[in-house]
Design a protein around this ligand. Structure first.
Ligand code: TIU
Length: 251
């Protein structure tokens, strides 16, 4: 059972309906509360997963695809350390972690032509880039950065789109594991993080996005992306930071 620092926690927890397969009835579940906007985000350890979006070498490393396009990768690299701290704490508590990677089959059969040609770049997805074929599964640049490399037992979702639910088995895995809340981190805030949070929201998940663990090549897009999530009473979810989650976990 996790302990939080909140003085108002009685320790009794709250009653939570058991899911199908648990035998029915009710059990007492500790609710962990994270300070967040627009109001506190509450989760229970058994039903909340950390979902780390697209922390791939081609997006984050100085010799990758993102940098080749002229993007400022430092805006993304500042998220590595807070993600590492959060991931270590999350793993130490034995909580569930999932990772995603944006990319395509080597034969590019899951790459829409529209995505291939968008941007009119001389070199595009599927072409040979600085770290192998760009955003192609199995290539060096497609893989997750070593600092946040998945451990055995952590699902890695290979997604062809920006959203992690489109054309993947993410929803099935979350349902089978009884997950109803997601703490979402990764890159980029306004593209793959935002799209995934919107997809999750429509499927009935509560999402908490951590601003220091998400990044965009464009700082104003990062800010706008976070604002879009938490406005209108949390229309797509909640926004907080890793320190608040660590505090709620008792660190
Ligand atoms: N992961 C992700 O956000 N993919 C992108 O293509 N992001 C951009 O910001 N382009």
């Amino acid at each position: 059972m996790l302990r939080t620092k909140r003085p108002d926690e009685s320790g009794r927890g709250r009653h939570e309906c058991l899911r199908h397969g648990d035998g029915g009835g009710y059990r007492v579940t500790k609710i962990i509360s994270v300070e967040a906007e627009p109001y506190s985000f509450e989760f229970s350890a058994a039903t909340c997963a950390l979902l780390i979006i697209d922390m791939q070498r081609d997006f984050l490393e100085a010799g990758g695809y993102g940098a080749m396009l002229g993007n400022d990768v430092s805006q993304l690299r500042r998220t590595i350390e807070p993600n590492q701290r959060l991931l270590a704490a999350w793993r130490a508590k034995g909580l569930q972690v999932l990772h995603t990677r944006e990319g395509h089959r080597p034969d590019l059969s899951c790459l829409p032509l529209t995505k291939k040609v968008r941007g009119r770049s001389a070199i595009s997805i599927g072409d040979l880039g600085p770290m192998g074929r760009i955003l192609v599964r199995g290539e060096a640049g497609h893989d997750i950065i070593p600092e946040l490399y998945p451990q055995a037992g952590e699902a890695v979702i290979d997604k062809p789109g920006k959203g992690a639910f489109y054309a993947t088995d993410l929803h099935t895995i979350l349902q089978n594991r009884g997950i109803r809340q997601l703490i979402v981190t990764g890159v980029t805030t306004e593209v793959c993080v935002n799209t995934t949070v919107r997809e999750a929201n429509d499927r009935g998940y509560d999402c908490l996005v951590l601003e220091d663990c998400c990044g965009s090549y464009l700082p104003d897009m990062h800010e706008a992306g976070l604002k879009m999530i938490k406005e209108q009473g949390g229309i797509f979810g909640w926004v907080s930071d890793s320190a608040s989650v660590l505090t709620a976990l008792g660190y």
